[in-house]
Design a protein around this ligand. Structure first.
Ligand code: V47
Ligand code: SF4
Length: 398
């Protein structure tokens, strides 16, 4: 049954209560839901209902298209001047022996390692340390661009930018202009956590505020550039905090249109100061994807970050509003393996990613960072899959 027919069947169901029917009708008419309705979905709506609505929106926007890219990460350091309570990745400066601090040459060597490989994006994000300042990053970005101009640089979050601009006594506007000119193409979605100060102050009190995060993205968008957004969920926040976060993103997107994709990040509880909290269930993950898809009517894409939630949940998420599963990654990120995710060495070949998407009946599309399609893998036969070609190729002997 098509997603439209499924939604029509739901609307004919006499047992559906009025508030949930009103929301379903709004979705069928491409209307926006209110913050109150968003909270109600979190509090009351069942997974199956949410799946019908989110899948309808997904298919209206993207059909079966499911995007991935070929990327690698550079994580300059896992030391950090900040002390976010959920972070398993950073080590306090006094525990320096447990960490790494890459030099400019170390980072360029990672870039050179991919020479000749068909990667299209480098994602640079890590801890915040004083030696990684504006001159350092400007030189790094310029050197990467000089070496490989077509490689898209997706780098640093408002957490780093706020810190380095303050140190350099630059306004956000001046700083972002310098960064754009140095070769950064887009911003990743990190550092957003939960914008609401009630929660942010408890889990990430010393870094940039939610307002500062949003302002830096706004300035970036005004320079004609694109960025992503995330939300760290499933810890001490409540549903109103999640909706407040989504509402702030939706408002900014109305203003600038600069966000490409929204990436919900599930809190993982290994080795951090919030380890006593239980992680939320897979059902809650799927509900959260679906409500994000329903709420963010002005976002083109919702991404499930497979190294964090596992491959099978990423597959399921494709029926709950998700149309992007990030990239091949090639074992170059430690953020989630250190926080306790199933993927201890995240790497997937293009063939693995394509098969993961195909096996749930969706259309695998390799994209660049800006969602231009590089290759449609719907009918693509990988060399490894061509080994057995059936009997038709055998010479006929009679
Ligand atoms: O901001 C840190 C999160 C983020 C934990 O833009 C944790 O394409 C869960 O933003 N449990 C950084 N999450 C990663 C990020 C990202 C990842 C993939 C793609 C993109 C993109 C962006 O990681 C941080 C923080 O929210 N994080 N610790 C943890 N224990
Ligand atoms: Fe530092 Fe980022 Fe970890 Fe916070 S989440 S401690 S800013 S590395």
């Amino acid at each position: 049954m098509s997603s439209t027919a499924t939604l029509e069947t739901l609307l004919r169901d006499p047992s559906l209560n009025k508030p949930l029917r009103d929301i379903a009708e709004k979705v069928a008419q491409q209307q926006r839901i209110t913050p109150e309705e968003g909270v109600m979905l979190f509090e009351e709506a069942e997974l199956a209902y949410l799946g019908i609505l989110a899948n309808y929106i997904r298919e209206q926007k993207q059909g079966d298209n499911t995007y991935f890219n070929r990327n690698f990460h550079i994580e300059p350091t896992n030391l950090c001047v900040y002390t976010c309570k959920f972070c398993s990745y950073s080590r306090l400066i006094k525990q320096r022996h447990e960490g790494w601090e890459y030099t400019m040459e170390d980072m360029l060597d990672i870039v050179y390692k991919y020479d000749g490989e068909p990667v299209t994006e480098v994602h640079i994000v890590g801890g915040v340390l004083p030696q990684y300042d504006v001159p350092f990053y400007v030189e790094l970005f310029k050197k990467i661009k000089a070496h490989r101009p077509e490689l898209h640089i997706k780098a640093l979050t408002p957490v780093e930018y706020h810190y380095i601009f303050k140190k350099a006594k630059l306004s956000y506007e001046e700083g972002m202009k310098i960064i754009a000119e140095s070769g950064v193409d887009s911003l990743p979605g990190g550092g957003a956590e939960i914008f609401h100060p009630e929660i942010r102050e408890k889990i990430a009190g010393d870094k940039c505020t939610g307002e500062q995060w949003l302002r830096l993205h706004e300035i970036w968008h005004q320079l004609g550039r694109r960025s992503n957004a995330t939300m760290l969920y499933g810890h001490i926040e409540n549903y109103s905090h999640r909706i407040h976060h989504l509402e702030e993103l939706r408002k900014l997107q109305d203003k600038t249109g600069g966000f490409q994709t929204f990436i919900p990040l599930k809190f993982r509880n290994k080795d951090n100061e919030m380890s006593h909290l239980e992680e939320v269930s897979t059902i809650e993950d799927l509900r959260n994807y679906a409500i994000s898809r329903i709420y963010l009517d002005n976002f083109g894409h919702i991404k499930a970050y497979w190294p964090m939630i596992s491959r099978s949940v990423a597959q399921m998420a494709l029926s709950f509003g998700v149309d992007d599963i990030d990239g091949t990654i090639d074992d170059t990120t430690k953020i989630y393996s250190m926080a306790g995710s199933e993927e201890q060495n995240p790497a997937m070949s293009t063939r693995d990613l394509v098969n993961l998407i195909r096996s749930v009946g969706r259309r695998p599309l390799e994209r660049d960072t800006l969602y231009n399609v590089i290759q449609d893998y719907t009918d693509f036969a990988f060399e490894e899959d061509k080994q057995f070609r059936g009997y038709l190729d055998l010479p006929v002997v009679n």
